[in-house]
Write a protein that binds this ligand. Sequence first.
Ligand code: CU
Length: 706
Amino acid sequence: MYSLLTNLELGATMLFVIFSFIAAGKASKLVYFDTEKMLYRKTRKLLFWTISLSLLAAAVATADTMLAATAHPLFWMDRLLIRTPLAILPVLLIWIGSFPRMRKLLHRTHGRTEIAPDTARRRQASDPAFIVPFQLAALCAVALFYFAFVPPIPFRWTAVTMPTTVLLFIACLLWMLQTRRNQLAAQAPLVYRPWRRRLQHTGLLLAIAAILSIPFLTAMESSKLPEHLSMMAGKADYGLPANASQREKLIAHQHQHNQIAKPASTSEGITSTPVTELTGPRAGEPDRKFTLTAQHKSITLSSGKQLEAWTYNGEIPGPELRMKEGELIEVTLINKDIEGGATLHWHGLDVPNAEDGVAGATQNAVMPGESFTYRFVAEQVGTFWYHSHQSSKLAVEKGLFGALIVEPQEAAAQAYEDITVITHNWRGAGMSIGADQTVQQRAIAPGTLVKLRLINTDDWVRQSYILTGAPFKVTAIDGTDLTGPTELRDTSLDLLTGGRYDVEFIMPEHPVFLRVGKGKSLGILMSKDGSGDIPELPATTTFDPTHYGKATAKAPFDINSHFDRAFVMILDNRFAFYNGGFAAYDTINGEVFPNTPMFVVKEGELVKTTIVNRSSVEHPMHLHGHHMLVLSRNEEPVTGSLWWSDTLDVAPGEVYEVAFRADNPGIWMDHCHNLVHASAGMTMHLMYEGVTSPFEVGTATHNHPE
Ligand SMILES: [Cu+2]
């Protein structure tokens, strides 16, 4: 519904821009026609444009009103209060000002022949009250277009008043020009000189372009990432505490520290802790050791396609790291020859901050010839993955990732077949499960419990996984077990980048097929002997975690809890400047990095975030170091099993309320895991008060986390 209404509104806006310009041009030219017959004909045609503009304005208003009736205010505030009036007002003026004059002129020129319009007709045909409403419609259409692509959300007065002032100024100017023309027309017939008019228009456009180019080029230049930039220097957002007196205190605090250029050790009694001290256990013999060597390698996929990959240990994906709950893990990263550097980030594992592997925030990128050792205790049981968080878009695309599985300490009551399904889109070579681009065949004895661990590592693909041939349960989301999962059939499990589902089923006598995508060419065929026919694709519905399973575990907090901070994260798409470029970017709270907000929290606080996706595409929002409890979607509380997420699929038009306990101090990235978005600035971070980082990003450093 949201996409339908916003697309309707946008389509109507575009047509309104085109139609209003045509109508304004036609209205302005009326005075130049040298016979009354022509004047009659051309005036009558304006009726068509009037009705068309009215219908388009009505479409904009209807779409906006319907949004207002169905969606959260952040989706429609600007639309209903700014864009609808911009479409409706000029059309009303046309009906009030132009239409009666148009009728009068038609009445006076009806049935006339080739005679030249007299003074009275010329005055009527250039009356400002007749012509300017059409010109105003074109002007408002430009403003409508502007507000559609540079929405003033989060609301800022200047973002609305400045363009409106310019609009009013130009409207006055148009009125003066038309009054002048009206006076001239009264004196003598005006001669239409197309070349002169074109020259005038071109000159005017060039002058406007020249004037606008100054702030435009300045903004483009100043958007370039600096040589050195500390992650601690950001636009601090302290959220809004529920308690009023606390809120006042925080607002005062906010004014004081609007730009945190120095360590955010701001509150009384908080001492500063560098990220480098927030490590896992440094001493003690590890229970498990891994070494991952980042290196270039030519790889042949199962389809025979060749890849120049970036690998860990020469494998794509990198080796699966399996460990047991509670073990002390030591992983040494060696960078053999990845020129741009590499790191290791444990996606979904809430490790101590210094082990999080984000270049420029928690460590420096590991350059060729260098190494770095990560140590952490594997505390969460479940399905995770690791990847480089240095130039992550390119690194993940090229192969610097792998699965990470934490098994429970005690062996499961029932033995099970454990299959990791890590899917990836190799650029130029297509989709695969690991390096496998064909159907895998596995022999599994009937009666066996099978666990599939689905991991989507793609950039920018909503991947669907469909299991046919057996009823199944979704037992975990993002590495966290669900309680009381119920059986599902004909259900598509869709994951955005970074998300994971664990699925379990009992192997029947007949074949079972896990389909990756909708075709038959990629998937896993499981049967008694590994052979058999691939079942046809049934009609499916998409799995919805908001009302799945049974609530058996008590939530540590819920939608009615008292939250110490409440943040709002608005995802949108708008024209913006980023690192010396100007384009339509995916934004957080109207900005791209480094102007995105930095959510500041104190250790121990209970934090709620409302995530609103106003954009036209989905965003898998990934918070490092914490799991978010999903409280509600579209203002409807989540029921059933508790749903903890680290990579939340936020579709266009959706509003999620999520909450977490700030129990893992550090500087934590919070970004869209469509890495193409993240690398274009859709990234921000969560900052604990008192935590400092000696690391920097910027063009003069090696650190480029996305
Ligand atoms: Cu995104």
